[in-house]
Design a protein around this ligand. Structure first.
Ligand code: DX5
Ligand code: ZN
Length: 215
């Protein structure tokens, strides 16, 4: 059974508390929180005060996905806001090793996200330090995009690298996940699935979460 991390980006921001409670009462495992700065990605989402508001009501870990430049500048601020997993983009970090250590030093789990064009092998030297790798199966910045097929083969390659290195790292996939793509991702080695529009645009989000959980 995969870890399910519904993406709040697709939720109703004006009713955030009830959306958070729906996830609390569902079989979801984490809250996926997308932070966009309008620079690393061509969109702006929510920031620290909104994460604090979510953390106040959430009874499950916050899986925070930073799509921002200079993430190092905000690591302690995201810890203070309530992040449990903090994922930075490989493409946004010149000194990735240092960034990973800084996240762990704050007592958070450290994740690295890969854009669709970034190969898995760039993480060879740091994989044993990572709690999570987030494979982007869309170009980051927007919900509701269609799934990039190459993510399946990429998941297999990452699984092979993790096994070869004996690393403790979880594989999470983000973008265009539904029960069809999700089933193939789990078969390829994915441990965790992010789902935004598939969950929140469905008639019964809690039942949709349960469908993903059963994959
Ligand atoms: C995209 C975000 C995703 C997004 C996924 O940049 O990282 O987490 O919410 O949305 P769906 O599941 O609709 O593709
Ligand atoms: Zn995300």
């Amino acid at each position: 059974m995969p870890i399910i991390s519904p993406s709040l980006l697709a939720s109703d921001f004006a009713n955030l508390q009830s959306e958070v409670e729906m996830i609390n009462n569902s079989t979801a495992d984490w809250f996926h929180v997308d932070v966009m700065d309008g620079s690393f990605v061509p969109n702006i989402s929510f920031g620290l005060p909104s994460i604090k508001a979510v953390a106040k009501h959430a009874t499950k870990p916050l899986d925070v996905h930073l799509m921002i430049v200079n993430p190092d500048q905000y690591i302690s601020a995201f810890k203070a806001a309530g992040a449990d997993y903090l994922t930075v983009h490989y493409e946004a970090c010149t000194h990735l090793h240092r960034t990973i250590q800084a996240i762990k030093a704050e007592g958070m789990k450290a994740g690295v996200a890969l854009n669709p064009h970034t190969p898995v092998h760039v993480l060879e030297e740091v994989i044993n330090d990572l709690d999570l790798v987030l494979i982007m199966s869309v170009n980051p910045g927007f919900g509701g995009q269609s799934f990039i097929e190459a993510a399946i083969e990429k998941t297999r390659k990452l699984k092979a690298l993790i096994t070869e290195k004996g690393a403790p790292t979880l594989i999470e996939i983000d973008g265009g996940v539904n029960t069809e793509t999700g089933a193939r991702l789990v078969a390829a080695g994915a441990d965790a699935l992010v789902a935004g529009s598939f969950v929140f645009k469905s008639k019964n989000p809690a039942a949709t979460i349960e469908d993903l959980k059963k994959l």
